[in-house]
Design a binder for this molecule. Sequence first.
Ligand SMILES: *[C@@H]1O[C@H](CO)[C@@H](O)[C@H](O)[C@H]1NC(C)=O
Ligand SMILES: *[C@@H]1O[C@H](CO)[C@@H](O)[C@H](O)[C@H]1NC(C)=O
Ligand SMILES: *[C@@H]1O[C@H](CO)[C@@H](O)[C@H](O)[C@H]1NC(C)=O
Ligand SMILES: *[C@@H]1O[C@H](CO)[C@@H](O)[C@H](O)[C@H]1NC(C)=O
Ligand SMILES: *[C@@H]1O[C@H](CO)[C@@H](O)[C@H](O)[C@H]1NC(C)=O
Ligand SMILES: *[C@@H]1O[C@H](CO)[C@@H](O)[C@H](O)[C@H]1NC(C)=O
Ligand SMILES: *[C@@H]1O[C@H](CO)[C@@H](O)[C@H](O)[C@H]1NC(C)=O
Ligand SMILES: *[C@@H]1O[C@H](CO)[C@@H](O)[C@H](O)[C@H]1NC(C)=O
Ligand SMILES: *[C@@H]1O[C@H](CO)[C@@H](O)[C@H](O)[C@H]1NC(C)=O
Length: 628
Amino acid sequence: MKAFNLLCMVAAMSGAPAWSHRPPVELTVWDRGGNESSSLLYGIMFEVTNQTGDGGIHGQLLRNNGFQGDEPGLLAYAPIGDVDIDQDSDNPVSDAITSSLRLSVLEGETAFVGFANQGYNGVPVMNETYTSEFWMKGDYDGNITLQLVGSTSGEVYANHNLTVHSTADKFTQWETTFNSTASPDGENEWRLLVDGYKVAGRSMNFGLVQLFPPTFHSRKNGLRDDVAKVVEDLRPSFLRFPGGNNIEGLEVNNRWKWNETIGPVVDRPGRQSPWHVPNTDALGLDEYMYWCEDMGMEPFLILWNGKSYDEILSGPDLDPYIEDALNELEYLTGPPDSIYGKLRVQNGREEPWKLTYVGIGNEDDYTGGCETNPERFTRFYNILREKYPDLVLISSTMKPECLPEELPKPLILDQHYYRKPDELVGMFDYWDNQPRDQPVIVGEFGARNFTDPDGVFWTFMQMACSEAAHMIGIERNSDIIKMAAYAPLLQHYGFTQWSPTMIGLDSSPGSLTLSTSYYVQQMFSTNRGSTILPVNTTSPFGPLYWGASKNDESYIVKLANYGDEEQTIAINVPETTSGRLHKLEGPKETANLPHDVQILPQKQEVDNPDGIYEVKMAAWGVAVLVVS
Ligand SMILES: *[C@@H]1O[C@H](CO)[C@@H](O)[C@H](O)[C@H]1NC(C)=O
Ligand SMILES: *[C@@H]1O[C@H](CO)[C@@H](O)[C@H](O)[C@H]1NC(C)=O
Ligand SMILES: *[C@@H]1O[C@H](CO)[C@@H](O)[C@H](O)[C@H]1NC(C)=O
Ligand SMILES: *[C@@H]1O[C@H](CO)[C@@H](O)[C@H](O)[C@H]1NC(C)=O
Ligand SMILES: *[C@@H]1O[C@H](CO)[C@@H](O)[C@H](O)[C@H]1NC(C)=O
Ligand SMILES: *[C@@H]1O[C@H](CO)[C@@H](O)[C@H](O)[C@H]1NC(C)=O
Ligand SMILES: *[C@@H]1O[C@H](CO)[C@@H](O)[C@H](O)[C@H]1NC(C)=O
Ligand SMILES: *[C@@H]1O[C@H](CO)[C@@H](O)[C@H](O)[C@H]1NC(C)=O
Ligand SMILES: *[C@@H]1O[C@H](CO)[C@@H](O)[C@H](O)[C@H]1NC(C)=O
């Protein structure tokens, strides 16, 4: 795109006060003439990496509750009282949950004894209502005590009895609800205690223990309400899921299997993920779809397409997996009387899910996928196009050498990139010369410090600012860029495998932290234009970047000052008089840290009958002007 010369502005601004030692950058926004902007432009990408699903956005707080993954043993469990606990695979809870916890009580016991689960580095204990569930097997009639307790302090925050009637011949499920007071820290555990007198000299089995705080939209097996709400505040238009690398698996047999993530959680086996931690899959296919529905997002579902990290299937070997993908789509969208549609209804969802965006695999240009992708992609594309002509189909790579020579149409291509801040800004015009008849998606992007990729966990102003500058470049091309998502969305501090993150948390109160990048995403996503507008100016791009758009109500000007000096900008938006200016400003290397959030967006009213707005931007600042 071009920067027009602007002459008339100089005269208009001649009486301007000396607010800066340099003349202001002058921008004049057109009232028409630009390209249409994708209405879905900003959304989110989510995959379960270490503990971003379990221990992250999913509500269930207890860890290792199904003994899933590679030999977890008694991870997160501890005995309470003079008892023995061990993992018992002779007493599986179900075909899927193949072990339970055996609690053995000594002869002569009289106290309440049992076991604790310490969650994901502790259990967050708030002044809230909790729901807890467990399965048990063994003769027992009487009270079971559930508690939330400080692991070292011994402070009891919740203490609740429920009466059970359990028998030795099978597992039965129990559920209860109780209130808790708040713990000052995250060092807490959930405890289950039995009347030792009743169990003295024998053992009982417990399985699939669960604890939920309030969930988003009060869904059963839902998302953590506090975490989901800050995600919702981004007003995302789509959710790309379930990966990412997590859908691929290290081997074919460890791929994300949609049909093992549905139905009652007790029937979900879970799996070892490519991120070297188990997934319980309690956050499963239907939970993702409810997440989309509850936040008004378009689901962007990725299908497994034959590529795992260390194993790739193509040719006839792929046949059953193509069939499996079609079954998945029937499960989601088929009528209630279809084979898989019926299964969906059984699982509690009568109405077919709305699904339009479907991605074929993940990053097929990496880890050996390229060579076989033209064939794999074409087979998936052709059958999906034939059976589901209304789906918008997305290729996981845009590298020509990994795609068929002639691309089928319609098709969207997905590209991912993480870059040093300077490089991301350098990609401001990256999409300007993309052919206008080939839509694309930026399914993952973000600034990253490659000097020490695991070192700088929180994005600081320079990084956030580079993202803003780059996103202005994306917006200017949002006639062809249909969707863009910053990644990763979320991490739990004790279990990180990537830096930085947009949102972070651990088990302690007030730990949920929104990064500088979060606020940039939010400012851009909550102020969107439907048409991109040309801007006249006297100045070239850099270190200041800008872009303008309008929707039915307002004109929107987005600005990023990727530089060490403050900037004054005179923005002329003809025929407007007032509105708001949103700003995010802070020192170059300052980050929002847990319990030390220094950088928050500021909002001020602006007013000018001439439609000329004087915006002062600090070094390393981001601003969004919304006027009408
Ligand atoms: C932008 O500049 C061009 C060329 O000088 C001029 O024709 C056009 O009217 C200007 N647009 C606005 C909105 O000022
Ligand atoms: C629409 O986008 C194309 C490609 O960037 C650009 O050449 C063209 O000028 C844009 N149209 C308008 C009216 O801004
Ligand atoms: C706990 O929550 C209840 C209900 O929301 C509220 O009335 C009460 O004041 C809270 N207690 C504390 C100590 O915050
Ligand atoms: C079980 O607990 C409830 C609530 O604390 C109590 O009222 C009841 O007496 C207990 N039952 C027995 C059998 O101890
Ligand atoms: C639970 O019940 C037991 C007896 O079964 C009783 O000793 C204990 O005090 C009760 N605890 C609570 C919190 O009511
Ligand atoms: C929890 O506390 C609320 C009031 O804050 C009360 O309405 C509710 O009944 C309590 N729930 C339980 C299970 O005790
Ligand atoms: C899931 O589907 C695969 C075939 O794609 C099948 O082998 C497997 O048994 C199914 N799992 C369940 C739990 O139905
Ligand atoms: C997180 O994932 C990384 C990368 O896969 C792995 O090396 C690491 O062991 C995991 N860390 C924790 C604490 O789970
Ligand atoms: C990148 O990380 C290294 C190591 O932690 C640090 O010294 C450096 O300042 C960081 N650079 C940027 C641009 O953040």
